[in-house]
Design a protein around this ligand. Structure first.
Ligand code: NDP
Length: 312
């Protein structure tokens, strides 16, 4: 049973590149940040393997190790990093109230939300088994490993089109698997894909299974209109069927976009509530890169520090 409520100057919720970068800046500014790591400490990079596009690592780095390094840097300046998941918030009062694991209550002068987003998956056992071994939800992160090879990508939104186009520049052939008779993506994006000689689009198609033992060797695709099944040979299988921002507990507390991402004031990390800031993928459905998340984490700490100074 918890009793006295703890008060902190700066509470950071979530521990991906955005959260840790916010922590480094907040700690160095003597805001004594307390971070709750959330459901997946280290965030999405902990489920990738090699990260080659983060500047400053000329030989690349392993995602999990990179997040350990982020954490060590945040701890070095005194960030108090704790296990725990924020389960409820009340931003209608000042200081803000946040409950951890449904029991511990914390009050905070400033809150930085960096809870990230989670890629959606098809939900196939073979997809889970081969995740990281040819199955990926990020073409920009992992496309390079399939240079000159044949790959497949599932999805029909702007992300899938953009990633198929990206992959077509690296790979030999890209097969796009679209579940309906048409795509959801904007006309311009569709046009680009349909006119790209390296991309073949299979409409009315669902993935039954991703094939391969230790790595992807192909995929079994069902044409739902003709009721036929074919195996395609690919070494990479990309899933681009959308992301879900981890913003559920902020619904009704902050203004969210229609797609669930937290709305921030353009060019800042300010949310609809003064003193509450959002950084990283929970507020960014466009760039979604580790380096852009880290950049916005830095912005959030600076915005929070300025806001605190204005209150004095
Ligand atoms: P979307 O939600 O727009 O699209 C998801 C796609 O995945 C849909 O085509 C959907 O099919 C398909 N899908 C969902 N579940 C499954 C499944 N189980 N099996 C097969 N296919 C499935 O997500 P995006 O990530 O593409 O885009 C998110 C937002 O970001 C959008 O607003 C988009 O416009 C924006 N965006 C903009 C870009 C730009 O302007 N440059 C670039 C990237 C994203 P169905 O259509 O049948 O529902």
């Amino acid at each position: 049973m918890e009793n006295a409520t703890e008060h902190v100057q700066c509470l950071i919720i979530g521990s991906g590149p955005a959260g840790y970068t916010a922590a480094i800046y907040a700690a160095r500014a003597d805001m004594k940040p307390v971070m709750y790591q959330g459901m997946q400490p280290g965030g999405q990079l902990t489920i990738t393997t090699e990260v080659e596009n983060f500047p400053g690592y000329p030989d690349g780095a392993q995602g999990p190790q990179m997040m350990e390094d982020f954490k060590a840097q945040a701890e070095r300046f005194g960030t108090d990093i704790r296990w725990g998941v924020a389960s409820k918030v009340d931003f209608s009062v000042s200081p803000k109230r946040v409950w951890i694991d449904e029991k511990t209550e914390i009050t905070a002068d400033t809150v930085i939300i960096s809870t990230g987003a989670s890629a959606k998956w098809l939900g196939l056992p073979s997809e889970e088994r081969l995740n990281g071994f040819g199955v990926s939800a990020c073409a920009v992160c992992d496309g390079f490993f399939f240079k000159g090879q044949d790959v497949a990508i599932v999805g029909a939104g702007d992300t899938a089109c953009e990633e198929a186009t990206y992959l077509s520049k690296l790979c030999n052939k890209v097969t796009m698997i679209v579940r309906r008779e048409e795509m959801r993506a904007s006309k311009a994006m569709q046009h680009r894909v349909l006119n790209n000689p390296k991309i073949t689009v299979l409409f009315n198609s669902e993935t039954e299974e991703i094939l391969g033992d230790k790595g992807v060797t192909g995929a079994r695709i069902k044409n739902t209109k003709e009721n036929t099944t074919q195996d395609i040979t690919v070494t990479g299988f990309f899933v681009a069927i959308g992301h879900d921002p981890n913003s559920g507990i902020f619904k009704g507390q902050l203004v969210l976009h229609d797609n669930g991402y937290i709305n921030t004031v353009a060019g800042t990390t300010r949310t609809s509530i003064a003193g509450v800031f959002a950084a990283g993928d929970v507020q960014d459905y466009t760039y979604r890169q580790a380096v852009t998340a880290a950049g916005s984490g830095c912005m959030a700490a600076l915005d929070a520090e300025r806001w605190l100074t204005e209150q004095e």
